[in-house]
Design a protein around this ligand. Structure first.
Ligand SMILES: Cc1cc2nc3c(=O)[nH]c(=O)nc-3n(C[C@H](O)[C@H](O)[C@H](O)COP(=O)(O)O)c2cc1C
Length: 358
């Protein structure tokens, strides 16, 4: 990779963190509030006996929570990943790193990701993007060997292949060739354990089924309702004075399939991680009750992660207490019972599910 291009990617990564912390990226509607758990006035379980432990991809977690892919590949990322990893170890959570392409192209950056290996995290998730698995403007496609190297870099138990064409199409330097992406995922999945992961625009049933046939081991639905990369690109374009890009970012601000809808549509017999707009332990409980194996969080954790380990531990501790409270109030003593709890889908999410064709 040319030096200039490398600097551009590093700049973009640091812009993303800054914008996600400073700006309002919300879509103005809380799709998770559409999921209603039915109160059990006689829970017949003691709060202190509630067990939040869960299994994801054969790994034992202290709670069904994944710290979603956030960063890597630029200076400050090492410290952020260290903080995230320390808290993932403390609570026994899954953890993903950000796209590792930068370190495959510039090995000096590997330490900003591999820092997570210093921690005893029950489920470590590597990360590459599907746009980089096909050739883009003369740049060669990443191979199965690159996938293996990415996993080794972080001691990963599974490799997330992120699907982020919304971001690619709204950002100026985007990789917008997508032909051959599914074949490339199939090839990667035949050699390595792969999870397909959207990044904020969600999943339809048709895509979930194609991914299953391609051999992925699980799906992170990455749905609409939380961090919007279209909104992120709107802010980047605005500060660069690029009004065309800013308009495109604004137009596609709330593009995508809402996360709870994506969870229901993607129930095709694979483990599902419900990421996108998860704000609380109640949202985690809602996700499990509609079929997810775990919930993923990025944006909600980022401000505390920048503050440090104590702040992030307090944040995650609260989320787990809220999850326990929700389990208590529906009378679910463990995650299996929670997944069988009575949940209603209302509001716009109900409307989506009643009308979506695929
Ligand atoms: C600053 C930032 C950087 C991200 N970088 C990546 C990435 O490199 N790879 C990836 O798969 N997802 C990335 N994501 C997407 C998240 O993993 C997640 O899917 C998305 O933010 C939705 O979750 P949220 O609503 O809880 O933020 C990033 C998110 C944030 C906030």
């Amino acid at each position: 990779m040319a030096d200039g291009e490398g600097r551009l990617i590093e700049r973009r990564k640091s812009d993303h963190i800054e914008i996600c912390v400073k700006e309002d990226l919300g879509v103005g509607y809380s799709y998770w509030d559409d999921i209603r758990l039915v109160h059990n006035a006689l829970p017949e379980v003691d709060l202190e006996d509630i067990d939040t432990s869960a299994t994801l991809f054969g790994r034992e977690l202290g709670a069904p929570i994944v710290i979603s892919a956030i960063t890597g590949g630029y200076g400050k990322a090492e410290e952020i990943n260290r903080t995230l990893a320390a808290v993932a170890e403390r609570f026994g959570l899954g953890m993903g790193v950000g796209s590792q392409r930068a370190a495959l192209e510039n090995p000096e950056l590997a330490c900003t990701y591999s820092v997570v290996k210093e921690f005893d995290i029950p489920l470590r998730i590597g990360n590459l993007g599907v746009p980089q698995l096909v050739e883009q403007g003369g740049r060669a496609a990443l191979t199965v060997d690159d996938g293996r190297a990415a996993m080794d870099m972080v001691g990963a138990h599974i490799l997330a292949i992120h699907l982020n064409y919304l971001q690619e199409v709204v950002q100026p330097e985007g990789d917008t060739r997508s032909k051959g992406g599914l074949k490339a995922i199939e090839k990667m999945s035949s050699a390595l354990p792969v999870m397909a992961k959207e990044t904020g625009a969600g999943m339809s049933r048709g895509v979930a089924l194609r991914l299953k046939r391609a051999g992925v081991k699980g799906i992170d639905v990455g749905g609409l309702g939380g961090t919007s990369f279209s909104a992120v690109e709107y802010y980047r374009a605005r500060s660069a004075g690029d009004s065309t890009r800013a308009n495109i970012g604004e137009t596609f601000w709330d593009w995508g399939v809402p996360t709870p809808v994506s969870v229901v549509l993607s129930s095709v017999g694979l483990p599902i991680v419900a990421t996108g707009g998860v704000r609380s332990g109640l949202d985690v409980a809602r996700a499990i009750s509609i079929g997810a194996s775990a919930a993923g969080l990025a944006g909600r954790l980022l401000p505390a992660a920048l503050e440090g380990e104590d702040a992030l531990s307090a944040e995650v501790g609260t989320i787990i207490q809220e999850l326990k409270a929700a389990m208590f109030l529906v009378g679910a003593k463990d995650i299996e019972a929670l997944s069988a709890a009575n949940a209603l889908v209302t509001g716009r999410s109900r409307e989506w599910l009643d009308n979506v064709m695929e």
